[in-house]
Design a protein around this ligand. Sequence first.
Ligand SMILES: Cc1cc2nc3c(=O)[nH]c(=O)nc-3n(C[C@H](O)[C@H](O)[C@H](O)COP(=O)(O)OP(=O)(O)OC[C@H]3O[C@@H](n4cnc5c(N)ncnc54)[C@H](O)[C@@H]3O)c2cc1C
Length: 376
Amino acid sequence: MPSGTVTETADAPTLILGGGLMGLSIAHQLARRGHAVQVISRRRREAAGFVAAGMLAPHAEGLSGDLLRLGQASLERIPSWVAQIEADSGLTCGLRTSGIVVPFQTDAERAAYPTAALGKTLNRTQLEQEIPELGNTWRVGLLFEQDGQIDNRRRLMRALERACVSLGVQFLEGAEVQALQTDARGALTGIALNTAEGDQQLLCCSSAVVCSGAWSQRLVPELPVVPVKGQMLSLQGPREALKRVIFGPGTYLVPREDGLVVVGATSEREAGFQEGLTPDGQKQLQRGIESLLPIAAGWPPMERWWGFRPCTPDEGPLLGVGPHPGLWLACGHHRNGVLLAALTAELTANAISGKSPNSAEKDLLEAFRWDRFSNR
Ligand SMILES: Cc1cc2nc3c(=O)[nH]c(=O)nc-3n(C[C@H](O)[C@H](O)[C@H](O)COP(=O)(O)OP(=O)(O)OC[C@H]3O[C@@H](n4cnc5c(N)ncnc54)[C@H](O)[C@@H]3O)c2cc1C
């Protein structure tokens, strides 16, 4: 394709700006509703969807208010959402309702936890039954049996990609969206991009979804989304050695079915988009392992990686209509994007399809409008 080409088709597809977790989830739901969809994806492996621990944890994360309601509504939808992805892809996603244990050193800390009333209180003996070999500083805990996990890094992302391809979603891999094009009214008319070959292209469109994760503000400066870097590692434990997720302060351990334990995560706001592992970050995780499950410090390390959470001022996502007619938003999911992907995809695909939200969905869309931080 020569430089400066304008591409226009009679039935222009909905453009998905970013092929990470939200982009794939929304493309999949739109394709299921019969829409033509094109995903523009700069760098597949930089997506936080491949980085996350995959906890489905509105309760263990201690969410509150609208974000808790959003998380609970999404958690409810996850089994049927995963069933659709598995049916369309022929691949499994590694969904486990493993339950999550949050340990505390004192009962006062347990009682003050925002979601304490929604979990089961565990004394030290019960904690040891749930987590054999738990570090001895942890005296009480909360068990959230309703929370779980999904193997996003090894399974879910791949299954979503396969499901999209099987439903006819088109991909522009290695292409970077440079700018939005709008008309005199501010309505979306197209996007300018650089292709993988280095050519510039203008794609005409009347509908696009910002799914650019931590990089969303670079594309739409009005969006208050900043990166929060997270470093991770994994250990190979004996199968079934750890059955529940342990969600400690600053470190969590997430056991997959085959014994792999995903350990996360640092939370580094000051790092910006600085790539790479750091000795301090990795030491923090190591200290967390030794405190939560000392025996795991002897399990062989498998992999180390990092990525960027897309964070907003209140740590909730930006959903629904964007600052330009025709531009939809699905970004800013910070540390709960895997949990929130099911509901985000459904709400966004319904809105683009012209399906009216019910009153609960309408309330949630209102609560997570992009302009909620300014005085409207
Ligand atoms: C360390 C860590 C641990 C986490 N753990 C959990 C967890 O346990 N549970 C949970 O629910 N969530 C977790 N999350 C959060 C979750 O991963 C994110 O909220 C979610 O992946 C965000 O999805 P996204 O599609 O918005 O962004 P991403 O998955 O990051 O995808 C964005 C994509 O957009 C592309 N892109 C950006 N700009 C452009 C452009 N201009 N043109 C083209 N493409 C572009 C990027 O290349 C990228 O592929 C974690 C995140 C991190 C970093």
